[in-house]
Write a protein that binds this ligand. Sequence first.
Ligand SMILES: Nc1nc2c(ncn2[C@@H]2O[C@H](COP(=O)(O)OP(=O)(O)OP(=O)(O)O)[C@@H](O)[C@H]2O)c(=O)[nH]1
Ligand SMILES: [Mg+2]
Length: 294
Amino acid sequence: MKENNTGEKIAAYNWYPGHMVRARREISENVKLVDIVVEVTDARAPRSTRNPELESLVAPKPIILVLNKKDLVNPEELEVWVRRLAQDGLNPVGMVATSGEGKKAVIQTVEKLFRPIVQDMKNRKRRVRPPRIMVVGIPNVGKSTLINALAGKKTARTGSQPGVTRGKQWVRIEGKIDLLDTPGLMWPRLSVPEQGLKLAALGVLGPKAYSEEEVARYVLRLVREIEPQALESRFGFKDVQSLDENQILESIASFRGFGEDEGTGFPKTAHFVLGEFRRGRIARIILDRHEPGT
Ligand SMILES: Nc1nc2c(ncn2[C@@H]2O[C@H](COP(=O)(O)OP(=O)(O)OP(=O)(O)O)[C@@H](O)[C@H]2O)c(=O)[nH]1
Ligand SMILES: [Mg+2]
């Protein structure tokens, strides 16, 4: 099946075992230095853009799950995910790292999760210090943007703090939280072939790892299922549910004046569809479904 091709290509191209071993080692080392781990995910695929191993790597330290790029999803749909993830103890926070929206909620969640740790320090008659956090996540979810948003302009690098860790760079956020200033890069979850297509659709994977035409067809299929009216209003379709992906591509090709694209399998149209989807200009849908494994 085509889906499998993309899944296999992705696995072979991006994440061979050597990468994973190194990433795993680095995260396990860094997690010793912090109290709380901030896992950044893409709100358009809250399950598929998580790393399935992270919880066991960082346990018993708590995770704050940032659902970033929430400007690209429907707010009510995101709220359902936030409630479910909260039930799983993952402390979810929706965020727009590019604008800083959600930053306050992240800081408040850090403070809430740190309270019992402070209590413990007091009980042991230890000096109370600020919470230490680190950011982790798969490629392209917005880790660097989030670090910049948290650190802001006013915050100076605190340098390698003796007594914290030599050689590590920390930044102090709003005078009260120490953030490790380099994010931990995790590998994506590829247990189900469809997840490869989702990650490709969201731009998590390098362009050599997938076929744009295959991924564009997948995106169109999902939008047709989840929010057909989005395709109808954007491209003037009448009854998009009666069309297959090829017919949809063909119509978009003529809508855009890419008519000559048809004979070559719609590469231009596919590229256009993916670009528009990634910018949130086709539909603001969450690609993951609520049932596990999807
Ligand atoms: N729409 C939107 N785009 C965002 C948001 N946060 C980040 N981006 C964009 O997503 C892209 C990736 O952001 P980065 O911060 O570089 O992501 P990263 O996780 O550091 O990526 P790698 O370092 O490659 O692993 C950039 O084009 C950002 O501008 C957001 O909240 N909304
Ligand atoms: Mg980065």
